[in-house]
Design a protein around this ligand. Sequence first.
Ligand code: NAD
Length: 351
Amino acid sequence: MKFFHRTLPQSVRFGSGSSHTALAAEIEERSAGAVMIIAAASELELAQRIVGELDVRLWWDEVAPHVPIEVAERARAAARESSVDLLVSVGGGSTTGLAKAIALTDGIPIVSIPTTYAGSEATNVWGLTTAARKETGSKDVVLPATVIYDAELTLTLPVDLSVASGLNAIAHCIDSMWAPNSDPINRAMAEEGLRSVAEALPVIAEDPVNLQAREQLLYGAYASAVAFASAGSGLHHKICHVLGGAYDLPHAATHSAVLPQVLNFNVSASEEAEERIARALSASDARSGLEALYQALPSTRALSDVGYERSAIPQSVELILPIVPDSNPRSVTPGDLTEVLERAFTGASIA
Ligand code: NAD
């Protein structure tokens, strides 16, 4: 066994109903005197509940998906004007993304309080959109110093958004099996994340206010994101990045349609991935395990349902081929990619 593994430095405070005390402790330990709370208008009530009587210098609620550069610039200027020394984000990946955009230029530490399962809080990856083009990069300064997880904050997340961001977490786990920096540590973490998310998601689809399942999902989403932050983007994320960018497809639905087909294509070539995924899904094999999970969830299965045209497949293949990671367990020909996209287009079953 020979590998290089990197763990990102981050503290985690996990506990239902404890986000107010956890935030108060963070502010005190960091001697923060000028706190900026970032929460979208729809997340404001949650943020106010967490903050309570704590001293806040600046409230910021202008948040938009994929962090438009204009929004980031306005938030950065406001943070500077108020001499902010601690950023606190309360919300989903879009809100965490805005805090990261401020940290990127201004080096202010972040305490992140996630209210979805997207997992951005556990990565050092930032994203910014300029003139409809999303640029991403990784830099440790954007990694939140502390994450506060409080499952009570996720009880209001509607089932469709819960399933979409839960499947995002599952994609982190499965792609970690063959991503460029995949190693035994992040693969073990990915297996644990997959087990936990896959067990909790169907329960939440039936009973959205089940706190125990919400805790399990949040815990699993964290493990998934840590695995992904360490392993990097594999074939699945490369395909989704191209499709999302070139054809303006919805992020979550694209992931959901592509994931089964990437697993179907890769898994026979990696004995360890087959074993880990099957075990995590309590199934006899990885394909039937993922298929059964999809059957139990209200999720998008076909790219044809999200505005992707079959005629775009040849161009998509050309765009994806040069960025297929060398780490992929199978070599990928144009014919292979065409088949993966054809199957994703129709939402073919993999069992
Ligand atoms: P989101 O942040 O856009 O939130 C979706 C919607 O849910 C918003 O309207 C939000 O206000 C609402 N919401 C959030 N929490 C809620 C709650 N508890 N109750 C009710 N409503 C709630 O979506 P997301 O899936 O969390 O994040 C997606 C974004 O994150 C994408 O831009 C994606 O690229 C990014 N992302 C980044 C990374 C990274 O490592 N940098 C990782 C994963 C995702």
